[in-house]
Write a protein that binds this ligand. Structure first.
Ligand code: CA
Length: 416
């Protein structure tokens, strides 16, 4: 067992019963503290300045330089998995041993006093399409139920390269995008604000430094190159998407914003929540074959909040519903020799469960707008309105340990 994952560990810091951030989590992020950005971790509602810990000698035999006195975690992510693990174990050790109280308390800040920032500078962003139910639902709506899945879907972890520049942090408002759309029965496209603005409930993994161009990361090696995960809301303009996506896939329908949660929960911390994935039939090609449990049981929730009502849950899904797991995604991504780098972000694709209440987008929840959702103030939603805030939450639980991601929260403003 990874030492920091021990469910019996107790910290000398105060942690609320239902906190996403017990001593067993130890996530990583970047925070703005005293006019500078630093690498941080978190226990309960205390933010730990890791740069300060370094200066106090906490990582003496582990790190040869201060990777946390930086604007982003990318340099730390260039280290090996064994270093990431040693640092996390060391943080756990410090905050479980009461004798460290005096020495390290100066590195702690109340969460409310710090501003969270983008944890990594995202070099490249890839979006997969790995939930079978989501691909099936979209196929039913845009093609026909008998041929909902395209012939390649059960053989290839389908994905496309997205836009890194517009990946934004939780709390950053977005403007309703504008673009070309082809109204029903119209002969020519019109230009205007998107009318069918949607979220996509996804999780993304963040990579370490890969191999040189031309080399591949095998399915067994994949975990050594994955640092951790965040919640990922892949904003989508459905009307723009429908008109533009043939033949090369989505473009302006997706590149205006994707929102992430600020804390990267390490793959190590998620290890206890591994679970079995769906049986893959037909058999996959050898480079995609895996052994063991590679899915992860992470409860997901989507809420809408507006001026007229407080956070209202509209979907509950789970990351374990993924047909293609993250090992398969990374192995596939690099099988042709594509290089990946520290801080690359790879999103899962919309995660929908079999049940209607577990669908991961408004497109599916309202079935293309034919089944509007009722809100607490009596209003209806087919898609997302101006002034709505979309909130996504994620957490895993086992053996009385809850490992969570906090939330990603984004408000939609009218078109600029
Ligand atoms: Ca997506």
């Amino acid at each position: 067992m990874i030492e920091a994952n021990n469910p019996n560990l107790k910290t000398w810091l105060e942690v609320a019963q239902n906190s996403d951030f017990p001593i067993q989590n130890i996530p990583f992020g970047i925070a703005f503290i005293d006019n500078s950005k630093f690498g941080v971790s978190r226990i309960g509602d205390k933010v730990i300045n890791l740069s300060k810990l370094y200066e106090l000698g906490a990582f003496q035999s582990i790190l040869s330089e201060n990777y946390f006195d930086k604007d982003f975690l990318n340099d730390f992510l260039k280290k090996k998995k064994s270093d990431w693990r040693s640092v996390r174990n060391r943080i756990s050790e410090i905050f479980t041993d009461e004798n460290n109280k005096d020495k390290y308390t100066s590195a702690l800040y109340p969460l409310k006093d710090v501003e969270m920032c983008m944890p990594v500078k995202v070099g490249d962003y890839t979006d997969f399409y790995s939930s079978r139910q989501h691909a099936y639902n979209v196929g039913c709506m845009f093609r026909d139920p008998d041929n909902a899945l395209l012939p390649n879907w059960l053989h290839v972890p389908v994905g496309y390269h997205g836009r890194a520049s517009s990946i934004i942090l939780s709390g950053t408002d977005i403007y309703r995008p504008k673009g070309q759309q082809l109204p029903l029965d119209a002969k020519a496209p019109v230009f205007g604000p998107c009318k069918l603005l949607d979220f996509e409930l996804e999780m993304a993994f963040i990579t370490g430094e890969g191999k040189p161009l031309g080399d591949s990361i095998s399915i067994d090696e994949a975990e050594d190159y994955i640092f951790g995960m965040v919640i990922f809301n892949d904003w989508s303009a459905r009307d723009i998407q429908k008109w533009e996506y043939v033949p090369l896939g989505p473009f302006l329908a997706k590149n205006f914003a994707s929102s992430i949660s600020p804390w990267i929960v390490t793959l190590d911390a998620l290890e206890p929540f591994r679970c079995k994935g769906e049986e893959q039939e037909p058999e996959v090609l050898p480079y995609l074959k895996y052994t063991g449990y590679k899915n992860i049981d992470i409860n997901l929730e989507v809420q809408i909040e507006s001026a007229n009502f407080s956070a209202h849950t509209i979907s509950k899904s789970n990351y374990k519903y993924m047909y293609w797991n993250l090992n398969q995604q990374l192995a596939h991504h690099t099988v042709n020799g594509c290089d990946i780098h520290a801080g690359d972000m790879m999103a899962s694709g919309t995660i929908s469960g079999n049940d209607e209440s577990a669908y991961g987008s408004m497109l599916e929840l309202s079935w293309k707008g034919t089944k509007p959702l009722s809100m607490p103030d009596g209003s209806e939603r087919k898609f997302i309105n101006d002034g709505d805030t979309v909130i996504m939450k994620a957490h895993s639980t086992k053996d009385n340990v809850r490992i969570g991601f906090g939330e990603v929260r984004t408000k939609v403003l009218p078109t600029k």
